[in-house]
Design a protein around this ligand. Structure first.
Ligand code: AMP
Ligand code: MG
Length: 489
């Protein structure tokens, strides 16, 4: 069988990857498959039944036109440089060109050991793979650039983590899997030729406009910086915390990648951290822009020889680009937050208005998502402000804010219907509430997929009111807090 694969990455020199076949599994069984995505990305044939698809997406059968490889990369993990990581349990089957003309990677995750596995078993458990499926599809529905999920297949084998769990393979679809760590891999080896080839590849694939720039490496760095600034603002407008923003988990494409201990914030606290291993809060909600910029500085370092032969000049040029991250982020974040309070025009006082709201939310430990959906309601029908006010402990403070906000809305040029639409698209009703995600994954791990499928369906329409699922909008009961994620992936 042929799936229509191309192999532009596998055409790069051999030191970019290891050619390796997926390890066959005992019994491949489809758990969830994204048929819409299958045809959107142009994967052939479209009409495979579940068992044929499961055979291909577990690695039990290899398409005739697949050239499976594990990609090499390095990375800073929690600030420590590791010169060799690489796909330790992922295998790129090939690339497909979608109906939109875009080339995308199709990758198996949990498909067996590779030369990059180090001590690992190359496998994945069903819970974390379904978690990535659910959260990535939720992020996509929220309008945030992300890798997508095509399928999860169980293997009929056990994996050994803190407990014995059912094994599974996730099929991930990405604009590409090139990471900051991919550049670091070659820079650490002083392999300038490979850096140049990687740069050309990334420019051709993601930033074709950089090709004709005076200094293509600098133009690419600038474009990546802008996309990352937008991405982090997008995360933060929905309360998303990635949790492991290591340089090997930052994609050059600007997509969110590698969903491990990520989670969504309930009550607003900028210091929120969910990952049990992130003891210093390095990857907390509020640190995300700073860390993204730190990662971009690591990328910039790898590009210096490609920017200018004069190292001082290269450093000067690259530093300026990385410094500009702050401005890109702040502008974009302000723009997102303006929309969350229903504004499409800009005034100098807007940042202050938003900061005051966030400060009041923090003081009251107000739920992030409910506050903004309350704002959507209060903007369109002021009688609804009551449901917003109950989220705040200091009534005078929120009343004063509401009155300043109404004055500001009066100066914003939108009809009520336009404003309602602005707000609807800025403020989701449904996010993946951590306790709901856990509930669904636990049931799925013991064989009951109903809660998972229900939650997935709800999260695929986050901006629609779904009154029959009102309880899925709600924050967790106190017994479910504080929530912690574990890196048992
Ligand atoms: P992650 O924490 O998933 O971003 O992975 C960090 C590194 O560890 C990557 O090089 C992975 O390929 C590798 N890795 C994670 N889990 C496993 C596993 N079970 N077997 C082999 N390698 C793994
Ligand atoms: Mg990773």
């Amino acid at each position: 069988m042929r799936l229509g694969f191309e192999h532009t990455y596998a055409a790069l020199p051999a030191r970019f990857f290891a050619a390796i076949h997926p390890t066959k599994v005992a019994k491949a069984q489809m758990v969830v498959v994204n048929r819409g995505l299958w045809s959107e990305i142009g994967l052939n044939p479209k009409d495979l039944d579940d068992s044929q698809a499961a055979a291909l997406l577990s690695g039990n059968e290899l398409a005739e036109d697949s050239t499976p490889i594990a990609m090499a990369y390095a990375g800073h993990q929690f600030g420590q440089f590791v010169p060799q990581l690489g796909d330790g349990r992922a295998i790129l089957l090939g690339e497909v060109r979608g109906r939109d003309g875009i080339l995308r990677d199709v990758q198996l995750k949990g498909s067996g050991r590779t030369p990059f596995s180090r001590g690992g078993d190359g496998r994945a458990a069903i819970g974390p793979m379904l978690r990535e499926y659910l959260i990535s599809e939720a992020m996509h529905a929220l309008g945030i650039p992300t890798t997508r999920s095509l399928a999860v297949v169980t293997t009929g084998e056990h994996v050994y983590r803190q407990e014995v769990l059912p094994g599974a393979v996730l099929t991930r679809v990405a604009a590409s899997h090139i990471r900051v760590g991919t550049f670091q891999f070659f820079a650490a080896r002083g392999d300038e030729e490979a850096l140049r080839q990687l740069l050309d590849f990334v420019i051709a694939r993601h930033y074709p406009e950089a090709k004709t720039a005076d200094v293509p490496a600098l133009a690419m760095l600038e474009a990546v910086t802008k996309r990352q600034a937008h991405l982090i603002a997008d995360w933060m407008r929905v309360g998303f915390i990635h949790g492991v923003m290591n340089t090997d988990n930052m994609a050059l494409s600007g997509e969110t990648i590698d969903y491990g201990p990520c989670a969504f914030m309930d009550s607003y606290d900028p210091q929120t951290v969910f990952s049990s291993i992130d003891l210093g809060g390095r990857y907390s909600y509020t640190n995300q822009p700073g860390i993204a910029q730190w990662n971009l500085a690591r990328l910039a370092e790898t590009l210096l020889p490609l920017i200018d032969a004069d190292k001082n000049k290269a450093v000067e040029l690259a530093t300026k680009v990385v410094e500009d991250f702050v401005e890109h982020f702040e502008l974009r974040f302000l723009e997102c937050m303006r929309r969350k309070i229903g504004l499409v025009s800009a005034e100098d006082g807007d940042a202050d208005l938003i900061t005051r709201l966030l400060a009041a939310m923090q003081k009251s430990e107000a739920d992030f998502t409910l506050t903004f959906s309350g704002i959507s309601r209060a903007a369109t029908s002021p009688g609804e402000a009551a449901s917003l006010r109950v989220l705040f402990t200091d009534a005078d403070e929120i009343d004063e804010w509401l009155s300043d906000w109404h004055l500001r809305l009066a100066r914003d040029p939108q009809s009520p219907a336009e404003r309602a639409e602005t707000l609807r698209l800025a403020n989701p009703e449904f996010i993946p509430r951590n306790y709901r995600v856990e509930e669904a994954l636990q049931a799925a791990t013991s064989g009951d997929l109903q809660p998972f499928n229900r939650l997935l369906a709800i999260l695929q329409r986050p901006f629609e009111s779904q009154p029959e699922f009102e309880e899925y909008r709600l924050p967790p009961p106190p017994s479910e807090q504080p929530y912690k994620t574990f890196c048992g992936t």
